[in-house]
Design a binder for this molecule. Sequence first.
Ligand code: AHG
Ligand code: MN
Ligand code: MN
Length: 344
Amino acid sequence: MCAMKEIKTLGQFIIQNQAAFPFAKGELSRLLRDLAIAAKIVNREINKAGLAEILGELGTVNCHGECQKKLDIYANEQFIAALKSGGECCIVVSEENDEHVTIDSEISKHAKYIVAIDPLDGSSNIDVNVGIGTIFSIYRRTTFTGTASTEEILQMGTQQVAAGYIIYGSSTMLVYTTGKGVNGFTLDPSLGEFCLSHPDMKIPESGRIYSINEGNYIHFPLGVKKYIKYCHEEDIPTQRPYTSRYTGCMVADLHRNLIKGGIFIYPSTSAAPRGKLRLFYECNPMAFIMEQAGGKATDGVNRILELEVYHLHQTTPIFIGSRAMVEKTEEFMRLYDSSQTRTQ
Ligand code: AHG
Ligand code: MN
Ligand code: MN
């Protein structure tokens, strides 16, 4: 007779683990619950995107000069709406809004948390049914008087109290950390619940997958070019040549590498000397998760989580994944790019 597998929902897991936080009053748990509710709504729309006329472009451009897709905006609205009605978040910083959004409803008067979000990551995959995601990062307010200033919002990655992502792939998963390891939950569509499927996720110390947009090769720094060459070389003890995998969705690429071992790189290019990916709501949350899973994240030299945040939408180069692989890229950057300064 096969034993019944115990199902633990995200809600149950959050409540059970809340006790591990001294002085926790449940606000963070409720905030995570609100994000999970929005994720389910967004997931529902994504699953019927081809039918619901929400594919394609909206005809507007965000503050990064990128065309906004209908689903970008839909996801943004859903996450902000869930955070508004939940009452635990006072400020939202989103990729899709130039400025931060202040939530000043009656129920949010005493809200303690700031949420940074990339509502839809991998937008170019939407219309072609390839993996997309959501990334979120949670900070505590540092003062509780008056309206928060931008300075109060711009906290370093080390100050995150929680971070997570949702991957809308062949199944939908929510993966998050509160600084005590990483846990993954798969959405069971028949229950409508995220259920614990990947407890205490750990990234392999090394791997043989490298993820980078090699189409930009000509514009990469020399250290990155040399590292790519290293990935191509044949060497049996280190299992090279490595395998190249790149989907155009950081969430999907990092999720795969987290499970299998690997490295994801979005370096500086001659056109974008500080890289493309956003520090506050893409790189910091992913770096927090990776470190909690035993991996590493740098900008080639410095730890991502310790980078100074001076702008809501600032970008950074990123090298993230299995510790040994990231350290190898650091070696290459030290050897070939020592003249470049990567801090600002
Ligand atoms: P977004 O869809 O939120 O703008 O993010 C896309 C990001 C990231 O997910 C992905 O790895 C990268 O941009 C792809 O960029 P390239 O097309 O330049 O490789
Ligand atoms: Mn993104
Ligand atoms: Mn996005």
